[in-house]
Design a protein around this ligand. Structure first.
Ligand code: SF4
Length: 232
């Protein structure tokens, strides 16, 4: 395959960006790599909105390799709002200890469990505004949980989605919040939920934060490599 950009100034001699082709190449590139933690949990049967939201909170600023086993351990102990409410904050903290910020995350998760039982009769509403009304839950987790658990069409932008789509030159933004707005205006809805599932492993293994693997990247010919000064 012709790979313009190699050894040349990033952004020059590129083919036009073909989103469908890029996503197909990314799908192939991530085969064999572990799915992002929440998709992996869903494949293991933890498909409820509550479980997905809890798992996303655990994953904030924590690597999947750490957050996934913690989520599995917690949800095998208590997977419903009622069970988690009864567990209590201290036991919850002990169970999630390996993730970052275990104390505030335990409080957030316990608060969600209590409010779900007391305000919503034990069933978390499939409503992004309600989910974001919980302290510690932002659009990333609300959207990803609703997308995976309920098939609702949302884009979830994390650091990987933000970084990769900007390097492609598909969006030109400074923050994940701006990236979300830009993608909502541009990305076909058919790819809204899938984008996170594709770009988390792609960002971890190919388009890494430092020294991305451009020389062997399957989308190099169409990627503008915005902001990439050194690569492998
Ligand atoms: S690894 Fe390099 S070529 Fe591939 S998407 Fe990232 S910046 Fe673009």
């Amino acid at each position: 395959m012709e790979q313009p950009g190699l050894g040349s100034t990033p952004g020059t001699h590129k083919h036009p960006f073909d989103l469908e082709s890029v996503l197909e190449r990314v799908r192939e590139a991530i085969q064999g790599h572990a799915a992002a933690a929440m998709f992996e949990l869903a494949e293991r049967g933890h498909t409820s909105l509550f479980e997905q939201l809890v798992a996303c909170i655990l994953s904030i600023r924590t690597r999947d390799e750490v957050s996934l086993p913690v989520a599995l351990r917690l949800l095998s102990t208590a997977r419903t709002p009622e069970a988690l409410r009864r567990l209590g904050i201290e036991r919850l903290q002990a169970l999630i200890r390996p993730v970052t910020f275990p104390e505030p995350k335990a409080r957030t998760i316990h608060d969600i469990a209590v409010r779900t039982v007391e305000e919503f009769a034990g069933e978390l509403p499939a409503d992004a505004q309600v989910l974001q009304s919980f302290k510690g839950v932002g659009p990333k987790c609300a959207h990803l949980a609703l997308g995976i658990a309920r098939g609702q069409t949302y884009i979830s932008v994390d650091v990987h989605v933000h970084r990769v789509t900007n390097r492609w030159g598909y969006v030109h933004t400074r923050t994940p919040e701006q990236t979300l707005a830009a993608l909502e205006a541009k990305l076909p809805r058919a790819h809204w939920v899938e984008l996170n599932r594709l770009l988390v492993p792609f960002g971890k293994h190919v388009c890494t934060g430092t020294r991305p693997r451009c020389s062997t990247c399957p989308v190099l010919s169409m990627c503008q490599q915005v902001g990439v000064s050194t690569h492998r």
